[in-house]
Design a protein around this ligand. Structure first.
Ligand SMILES: Nc1ncnc2c1ncn2[C@@H]1O[C@H](COP(=O)(O)OP(=O)(O)OP(=O)(O)O)[C@@H](O)[C@H]1O
Length: 250
């Protein structure tokens, strides 16, 4: 349902992505793994429209989306979470989720002028969607807590909730478990699996922990020096010689 074709992305002399073609299949949980600097975040940024590649195309649901802006991709059903928190620390969990639904970055001046008239209706709809994902991810008790006062594991869940509130068909997660404790990781893993099962959302996650990847992912893409060196089931990745050399340091 989502694929890239021959993506090349350069930053000056650094080739972050070198002719990368990957496919994300509907309903799967896909892991993107690889050593530091392999190009994982760059690939996610090309897919979500943050970076414009020098070469190659991105397709979503059969449509070429290479020229679309990030917010246009969200509208089509592509949402993401962030490696470093983009949450508003003084705002509550509910407000942080609702803010992801605010259309202030889109639309013409006329649409923005009409916004005031629509604000009430927006608030009702946004609140409904936010409450739905709060339910789904079991965040009730934190609903009115300022996000800055909550542990990192809950903050990561709120980031995921914000992405899910956008009603995506695909969620791309950049290291959702980085820096979390074992219990917090298990909680996020549960949230990812439950979301995949109940909402049938296609999930893509960048992850370093091979155990998590093997437990959660249907397939993995392994990257090294900007190239895809393996695409397939996790148990085959672990056994693959190139992967072991590049990633597991053997
Ligand atoms: N905005 C940027 N400007 C310059 N170089 C960049 C930029 N973003 C990424 N790079 C370079 O591109 C290469 C790939 O980086 P990227 O962050 O995509 O790797 P990664 O696999 O996500 O690494 P990590 O696991 O450390 O997050 C690296 O050499 C990095 O230094």
């Amino acid at each position: 349902m989502l694929w890239t074709e021959n993506i090349t992305l350069r930053f000056g002399g650094v080739t972050a992505l070198d002719n990368v073609s990957v496919e994300v299949r509907r309903g799967e949980i896909l892991g993107i793994i690889g050593p530091n600097g392999a190009g994982k975040t760059s690939l996610l940024n090309v897919i979500t429209g943050v970076y414009k590649p020098q070469r190659g195309r991105v397709y979503f649901k059969g449509r070429d989306i290479t020229g679309l802006k990030p917010h246009q991709r969200i509208t089509l059903g592509l949402s993401r979470t962030f490696q470093h928190s983009e949450l508003f620390h003084s705002m509550t969990v509910l407000e942080n989720i609702m803010v992801r639904l605010h259309p202030w970055t889109r639309g013409s001046i006329l649409e923005k002028a009409l916004w005031a008239f629509r604000a009430k209706r927006w608030e009702v709809e946004a609140r409904e969607r936010a409450e739905h994902v709060i339910d789904l991810l079991d965040l009730h008790e934190h609903r009115h807590s300022p996000i800055g006062a909550l542990p990192p594991g809950i903050q990561k869940k709120v980031d995921l909730a914000g992405a899910l509130a956008q009603n995506p068909e695909v969620v791309l997660m950049d290291e959702p478990m980085a820096g979390l404790s074992k219990e917090e990781k298990e909680d996020i893993v549960r949230a990812i699996i439950e979301t995949s099962e109940t909402m049938h959302t296609t999930m893509v996650l960048i992850e370093h922990d091979m155990e998590v990847v093997t437990d959660v992912c249907d397939r993995v893409v392994v990257m090294d020096y900007g190239k895809v060196i393996f695409e397939g089931p996790p148990h085959e990745a672990v056994a693959d010689e190139r992967v072991r050399k590049a990633y597991l340091g053997e």
